[in-house]
Design a binder for this molecule. Structure first.
Ligand code: HEM
Length: 213
């Protein structure tokens, strides 16, 4: 019974997060330069079933792969939920958290709040399998939001796709803006408010997440 309850609150948390991340124009991204490259709900390129013509069945394929991987390792579900949260919180859902550090500098994925993230291998696995059938079509940022949706276990919710992957990583923003366990309530509410969450949405989201983690 406890497992079922946890599962339900988990799904509610994911849906709440997805409603906000799926509405990019409602979120005033304050500290980054990705506003112009973030998908807008007003553009025809950001819509449900964006890949219908170019990679038909991609969402079903991603669902199958997530289920297949989940059967062998159930920890991929919470890992992907956390990964999409950390991606979307910094510059929108642009896949910037997936970029690797280079000789030129440390990437977002390697700053302290992101050092315990998992699930990168799952995104790579899905991307590599999709490349075999639809080369250079499906963005990693779309793969991440779609895989995270499947990780919620339902109920199903529609997602718009057509994101472009960021070529830029934002390590200082990630370091300073991803909520830390040591943040006080005002700081946490301010960080979520900067991304368009009301106080009650933040409390609902964190209440659900705290129940399951
Ligand atoms: C104040 C906000 C938050 C703080 C301070 C926070 C912090 C943390 C920390 C410290 C962990 C443990 C990481 C580790 O394994 O070492 C964690 C795990 C997790 N967080 Fe958050 N988190 C927050 C909000 C959220 C939100 C909004 C979501 C989802 C929408 C989320 C989803 C998760 C999940 C699913 C895990 C488990 C990951 C896994 O088992 O692989 N968190 N969080």
């Amino acid at each position: 019974m406890r497992n079922i309850l946890s599962f339900v609150v988990f799904a509610v948390a994911v849906i709440l997060l997805s409603i906000v991340v799926a509405s990019p124009t409602s979120s005033p991204w304050k500290y980054n330069s990705l506003v112009s490259s973030s998908p807008s709900s007003d553009t025809p390129f950001f819509r449900e079933d964006f890949y219908a013509d170019t990679c038909p069945g991609v969402e079903t394929t991603i669902r199958s792969i997530v289920i297949e991987l989940f059967v062998n390792d159930s920890t991929i579900a919470p890992a992907l939920i956390r990964l999409v949260f950390h991606d979307c919180f910094i510059g929108g859902c642009d896949g910037s958290v997936l970029l690797n550090s280079t000789n030129g500098g440390e990437a977002e994925k390697d700053v302290i709040p992101n050092q315990s993230l998992k699930g990168f291998d799952v995104i790579e696995e899905i991307k590599s399998r999709l490349e075999a059938v639809c080369p250079n079509i499906v963005s990693c940022s779309d793969i991440l939001v779609l895989a995270a949706r499947e990780s919620s276990g339902g109920p199903f919710y529609e997602l718009r796709t057509g994101r472009k992957d960021s070529r830029t990583s934002y390590p200082p923003t990630a370091l300073n803006e991803i909520p830390a366990p040591t943040d006080d309530l005002d700081t946490i509410l301010a960080k979520f408010s900067d991304r368009g969450f009301s106080t009650s949405e933040t409390v609902s989201l964190l209440g659900n997440v705290t129940t399951i983690t």
